[in-house]
Write a protein that binds this ligand. Structure first.
Ligand code: SF4
Ligand code: SF4
Length: 68
């Protein structure tokens, strides 16, 4: 399944702490010049772990799908 969705980043909020980079199990995030960026081509699975660890709410997965 193709998945081009990636989390949204608010560059003004991000302080480059790197927490989200550490929790992304797909290595889909990287810090560039002190701000997080999405690795090009990563097949993010929308696990929302990056959003969960960010205390600055700088990275969000706004279309969370809940299967029930
Ligand atoms: S956890 Fe938040 S503040 Fe830290 S690098 Fe990631 S997006 Fe930026
Ligand atoms: S939602 Fe999950 S897979 Fe996607 S960038 Fe965040 S931590 Fe990585």
């Amino acid at each position: 399944m193709e998945n081009s969705m990636t989390p949204q980043i608010n560059r003004d909020r991000c302080d480059g702490c790197g927490l989200c980079v550490m929790v992304c199990w797909l290595d889909g995030l990287v810090i560039i010049n002190g701000v997080v960026a999405i690795v090009e081509g990563v097949e993010c699975d929308w696990c929302t772990q990056c959003e969960a660890v960010c205390i600055n709410e700088a990275i969000t997965c706004p279309y969370e799908v809940i299967l029930g």
